[in-house]
Design a protein around this ligand. Sequence first.
Ligand SMILES: *Cc1c(COP(=O)(O)O)cnc(C)c1O
Length: 354
Amino acid sequence: MAAQTYSIEIEQSSEPRLRGLDVNNVPFGKLFSDHMLVATVERGTWSAKIVPYGKLEMSPSISALHYGQSVFEGMKAYKSPQGEPLLFRPHANFHRINRSAERLCMPPIPEDIFMEGLQQLIRLDADWIPTRPGSALYIRPVYFATDESIGLRPSERYTLAIMTCPVGAYYAEPVKLTIAPQYVRAFPGGTGAAKAAGNYAGSLLADREAKHRGYDNVLWLDGIHHKYIEECGTMNVFFAIDGVVVTPALQGTILPGITRDSVLTLLRDWGIPVEERAIALDELLEAADAGTLQEAFGAGTAATIAHIDTIHTGDRELQLPPIGDRKYANLLLKKLADIKTAKTDDPYGWVVRV
Ligand SMILES: *Cc1c(COP(=O)(O)O)cnc(C)c1O
């Protein structure tokens, strides 16, 4: 595709809402910053602007609402000790939203619009980036079909909106997981590897039932054998068994997490043995019985590294070792936080200064 540059017009908010607000103390995902990027495409022609955060006008016939052509992303902005805004691996999110879009038969977003729009938006609302440890400015791009037609076919018009919100830690406590015997999240050939809106709609009922039973999240198993571990609703999972860190391989049914990839890179660099492979739930139970299951943790942008406290299946409730004993997860948590806030070297070129 020919390189093209887009000028992104900025309409500044006339009522900045930051004054008097403590960005270090807000509920997750409910308070949005002053501005948003809105880009639209119609048969290949893109236009983009930054406007005050607010409502979009749309018709009830838009196809995203009916047939679910909608994908999203999640990333975070941080501040360096000097107060510069920083993004963590934003190109990886850019490539992933386009892979998700491709799976849902949506046209790719031009790199200029996504990356330039993102940079300008973060620059404009940099004061909204919280600095308390564990907090960040969460960035949510959403890309959806806007044809006003209820015929079933790929839309010819789409909107990309990028909004941001200050967030604290996602989980205050180590998480308790349970298996959902009657449900599957994804299956081979489906959309499990895409950050597609519909995947999350399909998991809400199982999640609610898990919460009613006292658990935080479902630990999803594979859709065919209902035997192998896949991931959680918003994070990939890792286990340390007898000195080896294992995580399910990317086979098209789990989300290729950027945190997952960062964790694998760090562990390999530290010389810690890692394996990406099929992990049967039974293997975890046997390792726990043998005393070799050392750690379990989730990895995702929202949750960062989340210690897993409990895994429940059938009549067993697996209790993982105390947090203080978790060598790998604690090392990763600290290293990732330090890289993201430029408190340590970044040999991987992950951090992008805004
Ligand atoms: C977003 C997401 C993850 C984590 O991906 P990151 O790129 O690390 O944020 C894992 N699983 C699912 C299902 C997700 O939606």
